[in-house]
Design a protein around this ligand. Sequence first.
Ligand code: URA
Length: 242
Amino acid sequence: SDVKLAPTQCVGPIYRAESQKPTATVSTEVQFDALTILPQTPQLIALLSIIRNKETQRGDFIFYSNRIIRLLVEEGLNHLPTVEHTVTTPVGRPYDGLVFQGKICGVSIMRAGEAMEQGLRECCRSVRIGKILIQRDEETAQPKLFYDKLPEDIADRWVLLLDPMLATGGSAIMAVEVLKSRGVPEDRILFLNVLASPEGIRNFATRFPKLRVVTAFVDQGLDASNYIIPGLGDFGDRYYTR
Ligand code: URA
C-alpha cells in the first residue's frame, strides 16, 4: 500500500541529539508525486497541537489556524512559475532575481475554506477570490453544487483552491470539476489544505494526478461519520461559531 500509519518521530532542533528531542506524532507518509506535506517542524507540530486540542477556545483556534494557513500559502506560492528578473538596487548594482509569471486567484470551498482567504490576501495583495458552495444532497447523499461565483477570466489564471479539511475528497473533487468546466486546466490548480485523511488524498490525487496538493498533515483516517481522526473536529464550527 502507499500509506504507512502515522509514525511517531523525534521532533526538535536539528542540532540536538535524537535522545534529547521530544517525540510527537507526525504526518502519515503518502506517496504521490503531486503532494507536498509541510516539513514536520517543532513549530508546525506545536501549532497543530493547539488547534487539535478540544479545550482550545475560538480566539486561539482562529489565531493559530491562521498561522498554519499562512505557512501553507507561503509554500503553495513556491509551486507557481517564475522567470528571471534583474533589478537595480539603490546603490546602482544589478540583482539577478525572479518574478512570478502569470495571474492567480483564490477559490474557497464554503464555508470552512473562507477561513483561508485572509492568509492568501496577506501574501498576495488585492488577489481575486471566488467561492464555491457544495453541500450534501439530502436525497442522494452525494455532494451537490449549490452556488459558485468565480472570476470571469478564471481560465487564464492559476487557481489556489482553499479548503482546510480533506475528508472523503467528495467536495474537493466536485470543486475541481467545476473549475475544469470553466476552462481551468488541472495542472494550473493548487489545492491548499490544513488536514487530510489518507483516503481523501488518495481519492483526490488519483482522480487528478497533475493537480498539486499542499497540506500541513495527513492524519490517521476517518471515523464512521467521516470526521478526520484524530482530527480537530468541525473546522468551520470552531472557526466561525462560539
Ligand atoms: N470537515 C471538518 O470540519 N472536519 C472533519 O473532520 C472532516 C471534515
